[in-house]
Structures are given as structure tokens and as C-alpha cells.
Design a protein around this ligand. Sequence first.
Ligand code: CLF
Ligand code: SF4
Length: 473
Amino acid sequence: MREALSGGCSSSQCGSSDKPDSMPEEIWAKIKDHPCYSEEAHHYFARMHVAVAPACNIQCNYCNRKYDCANESRPGVVSEKLTPDQAQRKVITVANEVPQLSVLGIAGPGDACYDWKKTRETFGLISADIPDIKLCLSTNGLALPDHVDEIASMNIDHVTITINMVDPEIGVQIYPWIFYKNRRWTGLDASKILHERQMLGLEMLTERGILTKINSVMIPGVNDTHLLEVNRVVKEKGAFLHNIMPLISDPAHGTHYGLTGQRGPTPAELKALQDQLEGGAKLMRHCRQCRADAVGLLGEDRGQEFTLDQLAENVAYDPSRRVNYQTLVAEMRGEHEAAKRAASESLVDVQQAPSALVAIATKGGGRINQHFGHATEFQIYEISTHGIKFVGHRKTEQYCKGGWGEDATLDGVIAALEGVSAVLCGKIGDCPKESLAAAGIVATDDYALEWIEEGIGHWYEQVNGQQEQRQSA
Ligand code: CLF
Ligand code: SF4
């Protein structure tokens, strides 16, 4: 299981590299390098999950135990379950080779609090070796209240609780059973117990100053409209961020929802709900629904580079690459922030232009720096005369493989970019550019290597400047 809710990140506050005035210093220190709790940090910093917690104490209708925890993972078998010792070797190896690494998460493939001994041992081993790594866990909340004091004493600063309902009647449609106090509970009794434990766990974490994110899986016709109430309640109880995750449902996954035809939301339905929630608990919009063994920046997965058979038996932590990278990022973030401010200020000169969605191809670092044909996802920004904000991402199949682009793949990319006005990328060839133009999407590499917001602002000024000239001609 893993995350979601109030106080955090998709807002301009958490997207800033400058500490927001209203945010206490100690909270800023906790989120500024966490790729999930800060939208801006996800351009620079990576997380890794270690799959040490396979056991779970509830059944969700969107989960098949053969697969990753659907609450935070895209469906797919976890490559390897690890013992705490194996996890220790893996984290040290990754820390030596991936300088962006800032967070270690335990997010299943079962429940990190139910499988608590392994979670605790793993965090203990790794924080002794790499004291500055942030510890993060994700849970369904049922066993959470039993471990909050230990969580606090171990400096686990970030906890995600998956909360899909605050009304047990709705929970009945999501959870067929739970295992609690040595027996199995079903129906409304199960749902009530889970709800009460989730609320208690959230309150206990809030009392101790631990940042909580609430993950909610959006299930059309089951809890979609109810998530407004979930957002209100978790905000009231002190959640820091709310992450609305679209249900992933496919008969091939063997889940109850997959087999009974329960559909997930469309991107437009997800965005409409997120827009409705603006002003409530703060939203995370940059979640990638990672695997329980994901490694790397959000949106990339380098897990296959670090399988057990590739790890050395004895490996010692060398902090040099991470320290050098952190110094470099501190400098870059200042520049990035200045570019963002300049882009916002330049919008004042653009008169009465409509808002637009812009897709960005990026390899990270906050810049427009990826070849169109290499992108497996595009980051989506909304620009209007009021500002530029990150609103989500769209996954696609990579268009260019082995030096050739496939027409069928391009059709899929164009479909994924529905509603988008422009694609800004590091490089693009004439063929895809023409196909995108025929679909009404401008694609350009004119802003290659610019900061993302800077490039979007320049594109918007240019397009609307041209329109103004046409209107006055
Ligand atoms: Fe992992 Fe979750 Fe910690 Fe992040 S993921 S345990 S808070 S370190 Fe992040 Fe992945 Fe979304 Fe989770 S993008 S699924 S929100
Ligand atoms: Fe699956 Fe996570 Fe639900 Fe357990 S809590 S059933 S692992 S989705």
C-alpha cells in the first residue's frame, strides 16, 4: 500500500524551491528533496522501493496478490522479494550509482505495517549506513496505530495511508474482508473497523508531526464523488497531501474489479475531480503509481539494473556522488526558480489569451531535454494568463525504437495527447511533427534545453503574439 493528501505538493507552494513563507522550516526540510511530497523535487530526486513486505491483512477489490500493490504500483509481478539484508545491499548499491536517490520507501508488495518486523529491520539497517536517506512507508492503515510510536522513534517522516472511503457503506464495495485481531471480518463490520483504524492512525501521526499523504483510488460509480468528502475529512485530520490515483483495472490482472468489468476513470474524469478538489486538502498530481520495487526518478524505472544477481556480496556506501549531486542541485534550483518567476511575470503582457495544455518531453532536471521519439511519458502543464502549473502526466509507448518511428505507435501517442495544444521537446523529426500538426497539435524543439516553465511561457507569448498581430492586421 501507499499514499496521498493535504498540505503538500501540487500547489505553487510546494512546487517552489524557495520555502513558502507560511511553511515552518522543519516541514520544508522534510519535503524539499522528496520527489513525491514536492512536485518540484521530482525533477531532481529519485526514490527507491524495496519489496520486503509481502504479507497483507486486507483484500482490496483492485488487488491480486500475485501483482504489486495496486494502490501504489502499476500492476506487474514484483521481480524479487527481498530480505532486509538483501535490501540493505541493494540500497547501498543504488545509492553509490544513482546520485539522485533521496528517499527509501517500503510500499509492499503487501502492507508495510502488517509486515512490520521486516519493515523495521530494513529501515534500521539502512539508516545506520546512510543516515541522510529519507524513510517513507505506505500502508492500508489497519495495523498502523500499533506502530506509530516506533515510526516516530525511527525518524520515519513520511507515511502514506490509502483511504478510499470515510463511509463504511461505500467501503463494503471495495473491501471484501480484513484480518484483524486473529480473525477474518467481512461486510460492514470489516469496513467499519478499517475506517476507524485509518482515522486513528492518521490522527496519531498528525499529533506526532509526521507528514501524511493519503492515497485514494478513484473508482467510478463507487467512490468518485465520495472522494470530495474523503478530501474534506483527511484535511480536517491534518493530512499533508491527497493523491487521487486512477483505478487500474484489467481482466488480465485477475482482480475482482478487472474480472467484473469495473472501469477506471478517464484522464478527463480524473482531472475534473482534481480540479473540483482545488482549495481543499492539497493535491499531489505527479504520482506515477510506481511498482513496489521501483528505482529512479518518478516516471523511470531502473529496477532491472539492480536485481539481486547483479549485486556484489560486500558493498560499502560511498557518499561522494550523492553529496556532489546535492551541491549541484542546490545551485540549479535557484536558477530554475528565477526562470519560473520570469515566466510568470511575462504572462502579464499576454492579453486575454485562452488557457492551453502543453506537453513536455523531459529526462529530468527541470528542462525540456528529451527527444520526442524517446519519451514514454509527457508532463502536462496548464498555462493561462494567471500562471503555469503542472497538472499531470500522460504515459505513451516510445515512438522511436532502434532509430525508426512506427505509425501505429504515433497514433497512440496522439491519442494520449488529447486536449493538448503543443508538445515541447528536445528534438523532433519532420514526419511526427506533420502528423501531430494534422491532429491539431503544434510540436516544436525551438525551446530545447530551456527550463520547462520558461519554454512554455515563450511558446505562449509567441502563439498569442502572432494571434494579436493577425487580429490587428
Ligand atoms: Fe514511495 Fe510512496 Fe514514499 Fe513516494 S512512491 S512510498 S511517497 S517514496 Fe510517489 Fe510512487 Fe506515487 Fe507513491 S510516485 S506511487 S506517491
Ligand atoms: Fe493489495 Fe495493498 Fe490492498 Fe493489500 S492493501 S490488498 S497489498 S492493494
